[in-house]
Design a protein around this ligand. Structure first.
Ligand SMILES: Cc1cc2nc3c(=O)[nH]c(=O)nc-3n(C[C@H](O)[C@H](O)[C@H](O)COP(=O)(O)OP(=O)(O)OC[C@H]3O[C@@H](n4cnc5c(N)ncnc54)[C@H](O)[C@@H]3O)c2cc1C
Length: 358
């Protein structure tokens, strides 16, 4: 079963048989036979907690989670301002039909199946704004607003048609085009066709259109529509159902429930991972270990693993992948980290003395 070296030698005329067992190999073999593979998940955000939960429930592996901060949830962060519960991070389930978060929230009895199509009061999604004002704070005539909205709505809806966008890109320049480029050229065609517009009306339309573009940036999570690749934009699938469904009592109830479903002490807080040595067992100078992955934390703790699941954000990967992974990641992964982008989402909380607009 495991390597056994035999030595024969003479002591006081007695032949002894000494069995020398390579204990390292013995340990490795016994471990392989008796214990489950070890998986370390890095990050206790919704991605890490979901992965850890699935693995733990499978009963097939030993799993632990290393989290840099002192709480679970990551960008899900429910807090308090005064007596009010506020979502500093994620607040909504965008599209409830077929959404695993909605299904989980129902299983946990935070939501009801009958909430699938419920219209929450913030449900405004991608629709014509009810009104708009000029830069001089004058109400813009609804007919003009409708006209510009229709142009915008048609153009942005056209971007859903991936093959049409591919043909368009090839026909125009042969180079990559952005959603912003497509909207700009379409809007310019419309403006050129409005030959009777005064300069003031034209300016109003331009301002209105750029307001609608900014609004679209918010729902697409980008800083500029020029950051979005035209050919890929239509791949995003909007789920049906309620588009702004909250978790009553706070989104963090989801992350806390996922963490509670794990083994006690499974999540190690204040364990910022500083290095993932993913070829540890092949290092010639290191003591032989059966584990191919060695994870080093900033607090000096180390963890051995058969597999590691890294769920840190794209921003952290962009900034740290070179020093985080040893050896460095394969080129295709590095290219993906470099090529993917993201926008910034900020929230401003205003506290009023009295409720209004309810
Ligand atoms: C302001 C804001 C509003 C949002 N609103 C919505 C919304 O309404 N609906 C929606 O669906 N989405 C929303 N999102 C997006 C959503 O919050 C994220 O997509 C999601 O929470 C990301 O989860 P994640 O687990 O992938 O990453 P994260 O939540 O970022 O989790 C990563 C975890 O890794 C930890 N970590 C990082 N580096 C290390 C390290 N070296 N060692 C150990 N741990 C580490 C972090 O501390 C963190 O806990 C919003 C995001 C923001 C910022």
């Amino acid at each position: 079963m495991f390597p056994v070296n035999t030595l024969r030698f003479r002591v006081d005329s007695v032949t002894c048989l000494v069995i020398v067992i390579d204990l390292t190999v013995y340990a490795r073999v016994m471990h392989a036979m008796s214990s489950k593979p070890k998986v370390v998940v890095i990050g206790a955000g919704i991605a890490g907690l979901s992965a850890a939960n699935k693995l733990y429930k499978s009963g097939q592996v030993d799993v632990c989670v290393l989290e840099a901060s002192e709480r679970v949830g990551g960008r899900i962060h429910t807090g308090k301002i005064g007596d009010n519960t506020v979502e500093f991070g994620a607040a909504w389930i965008h599209g409830t039909v077929g959404n695993p978060i909605f299904d989980l929230a129902c299983d946990l009895k935070f939501l009801l199946k009958s909430d699938l199509y419920k219209m929450w009061k913030n449900d405004d999604s991608r629709v014509k704004p009810q009104f708009a004002t000029s830069q001089l704070r004058q109400l813009i005539d609804d007919q003009l607003l409708t006209e510009v909205w229709d142009v915008f709505d048609n153009l942005i809806s056209e971007t859903d048609d991936i093959s049409k966008m591919r043909t368009f890109t090839e026909s125009v320049t042969g180079a990559k085009m952005s959603v912003g480029d497509y909207l700009c050229q379409g809007f310019q065609c419309y403006l050129d066709s409005c030959t009777s517009d005064t300069a003031a009306t034209k300016k109003l339309k331009v301002n209105l259109f750029s307001f609608l573009e900014e609004r679209e940036c918010n729902s697409s999570g980008c800083n500029s529509l020029h950051d979005l690749n035209l050919e890929d934009f239509g791949e995003y699938v909007d789920l049906d159902g309620s588009n702004f469904c909250p978790i009553p009592g706070g989104y963090d109830r989801i992350s806390k429930a996922l963490a509670a479903g794990l083994n006690r002490d499974c999540v190690h807080f204040e364990h910022e991972v500083t290095q993932i040595n993913w070829l540890a067992s092949s290092e010639s100078d290191a003591p032989k270990s059966r584990y191919p992955v060695k994870i080093i934390c900033g607090n000096g703790k180390t963890f051995d693993a058969d597999h590691v699941i890294v769920t840190v954000s794209l921003g952290i990967l962009k900034e740290q992948h070179m020093k985080l992974f040893s050896p460095s990641l394969p080129t295709d992964k590095i290219n993906a980290i470099q090529d993917l982008g993201f926008g910034y989402v900020g929230k401003i909380f205003l506290e009023f003395e009295k409720p209004f607009g309810l």
